[in-house]
Design a binder for this molecule. Sequence first.
Ligand code: HEM
Length: 490
Amino acid sequence: MLLNALRSCSARCQATSRTALVQITSRTFSSSLSRSFPQIDSLRIAGVLGNTQPTTLSTSRILPYLNHARLHSSSKKSEQVGAASPDAPSSEPLPILPRPSVGGWLLFSSTLVFAVIVVGGVTRLTESGLSITEWRPITGILPPLNHDEWMTEFNKYKATPEFKLMNSAITLEDFKFIFFMEWGHRVLGRLIGLAFVGPLAYLALRKKISRSMTTRMTGLALLIGAQGAMGWYMVKSGLEDSFLETPGAVPRVSQYRLASHLGLAFLLYLGMFGSGMAIIKDWKYANGAAWSGVTGQKISAILQNPVVRRIKIFSWGLAGLVLLTALSGAFVAGLDAGLLYNEFPLMGGRLAPPTAELFDPAYAKSADKSDLWWRNIFENPTTVQFDHRVLATTTYIAAAALYAQTFKPAVRAALPPLTRTAITAAFAMANVQVLLGITTLLYLVPVPLAALHQAGSVMLLSAMVHVLITLRRPGAAARLWRASKAAQKK
Ligand code: HEM
């Protein structure tokens, strides 16, 4: 109804005089449209119209908006980058397009997750992770505040197998150091929860993000909670009294739980980093920028080119391989397997240790030894280190192969320019990561190198996400907004 009224009004105005102005304020206009299209808030309509202040609108400024409101949400259509090519008309309103600040919030959250991953690594490497013996999500935010409280915490630590078997000479001052490492890690985890959930609630309630994005982000928020619980589940495994009963046992957390904790952190990081990048890129595209360096050509046609599709599939495979290698690294770290075979590329003077050592029957627990292979893969430090080497070498070769592809004339011509740059960056990062891994091994896992190696795995994953983002099609909302703006300019 409103559309019809506005259309006939504008037609009358045009008929009366080509220079006649419709004397309404954009605020009145935008609030009327908001009532008709609740999905679009008046600020955004005002944004389309130019500003939020009362102003005089000519019919030539209203008519384009009427066209926008009729734009199709056809996601299958190919779009001309940099050209004014609105999709077919529709009665659908423009979908919500998150602003770059939303992307900034997600990138900030991913940086916090990056930081907590590094702090977590240093906590483990300084053997501080088992210093806090309880999980108190709310009250645990305060460290001991006086000598008595410190002594209480210290006495709780004195009851742990780690203190009894490995740390019985520790002083209160030493204890304070390992306590603050673990406490800092836990406090950072809580801060990430607050920095994520607070803005998410605001954005969802103010309808600044779409319903589907709200659902995905709520999934990430739940993952943050699950990560806290997983962290405690991991720490608990290092506090078991059973270490005291097993001769020669070293109190340390389960490598399975360590890998799960690190794996969840990677998922959180990837979800936040990938979504943040996509939002910022979509916003730029919606506002007329090139897509992955592509201007004046059909982006859909480029992305459907078989050569580009092959590179995209390869890149997905490589990203999966990097994640798998990183998870296998968590097993190396969990079993302190970096303290064996401190040479590269050989292990004990040969490329691979003897099979009897890699598949040692001592690790099998079932009577028929049917668990021989998988228990060795996950529980035998020699095999775990060997697996990490094999996976890392495969990852490196695959990254080099992807990079080499970009030199083929056909691939060079087909790939968006930004993808080529992103692949080069990923290969460079693979080199750094492998060098860090080798030096960590050769120097018997010093804390700074091992922490850098862990941070490097996140950087390599980020580089792979960047490659994939450059090969992603612009989001449906961004395509519609771009078409709408192009129609507005006509
Ligand atoms: C694509 C290449 C690689 C990736 C993505 C990767 C990833 C990782 C990750 C995530 C960890 C766990 C860190 C932690 O939880 O503290 C790790 C540990 C480790 N990696 Fe790698 N790594 C790679 C290559 C290598 C190479 C080539 C070597 C040397 C042979 C190596 C040696 C080690 C060692 C010794 C550890 C244990 C460090 C510790 O105890 O903290 N890595 N790796």
